[in-house]
Design a protein around this ligand. Sequence first.
Ligand code: SDX
Length: 437
Amino acid sequence: MNTHSLTITDNRTGKSYDISIQYGTYPNYGASINAIDLRQIKTTKEDFGLLTYDPGYTNTASCKSDVTFLDGEEGILRYRGYPIEQLAEKSTYLETAYLLLHGELPNVEQLQNWRQHICEHTFIHENIKKLIDNFQYDAHPMGILVGSVGAMSTFYPEAKNIQDHACRYQQICRLIGKMPTLAAFAYRHSRGLPYAYPDEKLSYIGNFMSMLWKGSESKYQPDPVLEKAIDVLFILHADHEQNCSTSSMRMVASSYSDPLSAISAAIAALYGPRHGGANEAVLQMLKEIGSVDNVPNFIKSVKSGEAGRLMGFGHRVYKSYDPRAKICKQLAREVFAVTGANPLIDIALELERIALQDDYFISRQLYPNVDFYSGLIYQAMGFPVGMFPVLFAIARTAGWVAQWQEFLLDPDNKIARPRQIYCGHEQRDYVPLDKRE
Ligand code: SDX
């Protein structure tokens, strides 16, 4: 008997089935059965067999991946085995993007080549710039990003050549190189400002800051504290295993769409307030609370269901403090030393203090997630709330492209086509219009 198996007895028939158990890196985190093995469990020959029902995929592994490891109970996040705390302290976003994509930290030459390849792709086609020009002045920048990245697929039709390594690599460099430019141009458009073109003499983050905030000076000088803070925030947001937007990207990639269209779908998923739109929702929530004195009543209204959810709290995987939130909390202090403290921070700290002592949140394992503090930092830097999910999208592009390539190289890869539990009408005949009630 294979001890790494389940023996399932179907009480409807008394029949037993042995279903083998498979493992990933950790025996106690990711042991699984192949769902298709359940289909043999039938009551009659005509029976379709057993499915699993799992709305939101709360307990379904959609793929095997080597990129990111999360342990929600222990609050662990590692990219290719490296703890997020070490990468945040010692790495850069561009180096981390290389690590996510290639699986190893780059040596000096590899990092120089990588940076050069990204720099070659920071400009966007002038017609995409004109596309951005034609959005309404108050168009949400995430809507502009979804549209402009999707439009990129028409400018680079060769991106469909997804089985060619060199072509994949070129699209990956295009996406990582152009995301900051698209984001900055969307921001400048919303402010009615002329575009500031890429400056390859600056770092990846410094160039992004220059395209956002360069004024009439001949050369923009990024503030080193803010440049480092954005770099760390991008590292924290670079990947997060099978979150909603990454899963959406994999779903679209599974039909062998080009990567530009797949990433556009990921951006659309990230736009939602339950995902990347949460840090924008956190700021709106803190503004509505208005003062530290109002926090206890607000907590009461969350618990009663009247005020909706405590945005920036809770997570499908983390059932303890999101390790990224811890780093953000420290980063806030460093940024506020330069920008001046965000007055909403006091409300956020009081919310966290009370919530972490309150059984409603403790019993539901609700702790601050990455979005609880990141928005406060971005606002203090001068970003409008609409740009928060855009910043998240720039950073997550590294994870999306790494997992896009991993999917294509996965021998198990199939077009995604979930099944359903049909609960509708049985067969019935058409009723002519004059016979209907
Ligand atoms: C991100 O997946 C990722 O990795 C995402 C992300 C990434 O890097 O890609 O980490 C980024 O999206 C972070 C999450 C940002 N979203 C928010 O902060 C929005 C607020 N959070 C919730 O909407 C919620 O916590 C989710 C969506 C994040 C997780 O929802 P789940 O796991 O589906 O949990 P659930 O909705 O089933 O809730 C379980 C219980 C419910 O209570 P009961 O019905 O059992 O009484 O917890 C309650 C919920 O009402 N609950 C909350 C709550 N989150 C869950 N109650 C109050 N405030 C909250 N924030």
